[in-house]
Every structure is written in structure tokens, then in C-alpha cells.
Design a protein around this ligand. Sequence first.
Ligand code: SF4
Ligand code: SF4
Length: 189
Amino acid sequence: MQQTGLSPDFTFLERVEAAGPFHATECFQCRKCTNGCPASFAMDLFPDQVIRLALLGQKQEVLSSQTIWVCAACETCSTRCPNGVRIAELMDHLKEMAVKEGVPSPQPQVLALHQSFLENVRLTGRVFEGALLPVFLLRSGQMRSKIEKGTWRDEARLGWKLLRKKRLSLLPTVIKGRGEISAILRPSK
Ligand code: SF4
Ligand code: SF4
């Protein structure tokens, strides 16, 4: 059944925890996570509120929040939590869940970067910077606006400088365990 308004989805927490466990039920709302979060200024729900809403089965509110996309995965919250709630990993999982369930991201640029990065690492087993930025710019629509404004030249100049200093390669280096990395990052059904 489609969840509407604030009606709770009682299977939400169970499904989330099955992918962890993230130990969300251990949360006693002390807010240590939120007080240490460097990205909280840009969030619409604070990390402790995400946990609380997940416990209350408010799937739609959690999956459509800015917070899960704004989270920088810095792990400060997880380190500060006195109860071992794995908040940073939970945020990451909620992003994947939102994508899988077709919930539009309120931060399309972050979604574009997230997808470009994962595809990039799946390909070679490590980040290949030579492809990451162009793919991200194309996917996010920024390439078009850069061409229209002429600012693509700044990117090209920077790329050339990095190439000359051998800080950027035009060819990817495939690592030995590429298959294993790809398997880990393959989207689950
Ligand atoms: S620090 Fe841990 S226990 Fe405290 S509010 Fe955050 S998740 Fe809950
Ligand atoms: S991992 Fe995300 S939620 Fe946790 S402190 Fe860092 S930015 Fe905030």
C-alpha cells in the first residue's frame, strides 16, 4: 500500500535494519550526533530527527529529505553516538533506498555526483578522475550551462595544468580486485 501523508509504514524500520543493522532502536535522542554534524546547517531534518522519524515509520518524510543527500558521510555522528547507532551508514543506505523506490532527490546535483562516482569506481575498481568530472558535468546538466556561459574554458585550463603536472591521467588504471569492487557496488535488486 502506498504511504500517504503522515501514515506510518510499519515495515520501514525493519527493512532498513535488515540492510544494516544500524541499531536505530538504540537511539535515546541525546542529539550528540546533530550537535557535532558539520553539515547540519544545510539539512531540513537533523540526524537525530531522521532516526526518530525512521523509528516512527515515516518513510516518505525520511526518503524525500534533503538531509540524506546533504550528509557528507564524515562519520562524526557515528563516532559521537554513545549507543553505537551507525548513523552515517544509515544515511547512505537511505539514499540507495530513495533511488530504488523512485523518490526524487531534492538535491539532483548530489544524486548526479553520487551515481557518477559509483559508476566510475565500478568500472576500474578505483576513482578515474579523467572520466569522473566530464561524466558528472554531462549528467548534471552543468556541461551545457558551462558551454553556454563559456566557463568550460576554465575547466579545460585546469585539466591541462593537472595533465602537465601528471596529476591527471587520460587512461584508467584497473586494479587487481576490480571484479570484487564491482560486485560490492553492483546495485542490489
Ligand atoms: S547520538 Fe546516537 S543516541 Fe544520540 S540522538 Fe544521535 S543517534 Fe540517537
Ligand atoms: S556523517 Fe552525515 S549526518 Fe553524520 S555528522 Fe557527517 S555529515 Fe552529519
